[in-house]
Design a protein around this ligand. Structure first.
Ligand SMILES: [Zn+2]
Length: 433
């Protein structure tokens, strides 16, 4: 039978199978099921996976127009980055240097730094400038094996500039091989013009921004993307933290978003346990993110609700801190764990999921197999696309990466260089190192 592409003779082929196809993330002991096949082959036709199995078997059944010899290499699903702020203007290297010299977050804010500094740069940028500044970051992510990424707004913080950010995400999704999942994060920070009036800003989010971002596209009429209809935000997210939004404000926003049919996410317990994880569980959120300070009883709530913990070790590392989320305990409690880069200009300018995996194994106490499931299948479910990407299973989009490594454990064992040799997106080679 003729196919478009055969990737054959992989030393290790990781299928990362789901529990039942399309039925949710892996958790507990199943979080380490990578579906390892030695001397494996994957067959692709019309951008989809049509067969996965032993090389001898598949080479007999299929003749391919194009074939890639993966002898001595590891083949696995493309990484899904479940949490990024990849679209922004400007940079904050000066602020990084101030922090190294001992300046506190509040001192940096008082000097005009912090999120508002990126908000000013993003508001000042035209749509075209915002796209041009963000594109190289997507190129770097793709080169490091990321084939799907969630991207948040949250540097506009007024209706027009939040919509501009969503347009940038949609345009980049259309023009770039990476598939992007848009999340509305109007509640990223209280903008300086609303200082001391946070509740009024929450009113603006609920009354004006949310209705605008949830049906933005019906007026714009963008073409269907390969992976999902990107006409509007798919998720709504809130930064629930001291100095950002209170638990009560977070609840108001997420409940309003839920009424509009958006999926829910929350930045919770990054530094302080305000109850954000419990709120995520109560509202049936798709994910609760950060969770470095989540108490035991809230982990049980997340497990019971099936809410995915999206962990971001790059941010803790980026801040030079040492209090990492305890993923080992989450796996033991049955919370499904996913990974994201948290790529952002303030605390974590990191485009490399292999580096995030290396951190997760050392500091979150995940095994290499658990970290790979977290960075592929579970991250896909955290991004709302687990039925379409995140594993090498028949019928899924052919998003596949080939690593110049002899054993999957080297992905976590080595760090600081890029092990990704080839990236295949929807059946097409888009990166070849
Ligand atoms: Zn974030």
């Amino acid at each position: 039978m003729p196919v478009d592409l055969l990737i054959h003779n992989a030393a290790q082929l990781l299928t990362v199978p789901g529990p039942v196809p399309g039925l949710g993330p892996q958790r507990g002991a199943a979080q380490r099921e990578i579906g390892l096949l030695e001397d494996g082959t994957v067959a692709v036709a019309e951008g989809r996976i049509v067969a996965v199995g032993p090389t001898a078997d598949l080479r007999q059944r299929f003749s391919a127009r194009e074939s890639i010899d993966a002898t001595g290499q590891v083949v696995l699903p493309g990484f899904v980055d479940a949490h990024t702020h990849a679209v922004f203007a400007g940079e904050r290297a000066g602020e990084f240097e101030q922090r190294l010299a001992g300046a506190s977050y509040l001192e940096i804010m008082a000097a005009g730094g912090g999120i508002m500094s990126t908000v000013r740069a993003t508001r000042a940028a035209s749509l075209e400038q915002l796209i041009a500044e963000s594109r190289p970051r997507l190129d770097a992510m793709l080169a490091h094996g990321t084939t799907t990424a969630e991207v948040k707004t949250g540097y506009g913080l007024n209706t027009a500039d939040e919509l501009k950010m969503l347009s940038a995400i949609r345009r980049l999704n259309e023009e770039h091989p990476l598939d992007l999942i848009p999340t509305f994060l109007g509640a990223h920070a209280v903008p300086s013009e609303y200082a001391g009036r946070a509740d009024e800003y929450v009113d603006l989010i609920i009354q004006e921004m949310l209705p605008a971002v949830s049906d933005q596209g019906s007026a714009v009429g963008s073409p269907q993307s390969a992976i999902c209809n990107l006409q509007s935000a798919i998720f709504c997210d809130v930064f629930c933290e001291e100095g950002a939004f209170t638990l009560a404000q977070s609840r108001r926003i997420l409940e309003a978003a839920k009424r509009l049919g958006l999926g829910l996410k929350i930045h919770a317990d990054e530094f302080t346990a305000l109850g954000g994880a419990a709120l995520a569980a109560e509202l049936g959120a798709t994910s609760a993110d950060h969770l470095a300070a989540t108490p035991e009883e809230d982990l049980r709530r997340l497990a019971a609700a099936g809410t995915i913990a999206v962990l971001l070790p790059g941010t803790t590392f980026g801040l030079g801190q040492t209090h990492y989320a305890d993923a080992r305990r989450m796996v033991e409690r049955g919370v499904p764990v996913a990974l994201g880069s948290d790529l952002n200009p303030g605390t974590c300018w990191c485009e490399s999921m292999p580096f995030i995996i290396a951190l997760a194994c050392r500091y979150l106490r995940l095994t290499p197999a658990e970290a790979i499931v977290a960075a592929t299948l579970n991250a896909a479910y955290a991004s709302g696309v687990g039925d379409r990407v995140g594993s090498l299973e028949v019928g899924k989009q052919a998003d596949i990466i080939i690593l110049a490594l002899p054993d999957y454990r080297h992905l976590a064992y080595r760090f600081g260089s890029n092990p990704v040799q080839t990236v295949i997106k929807a059946g097409r080679v888009v990166v070849q190192h």
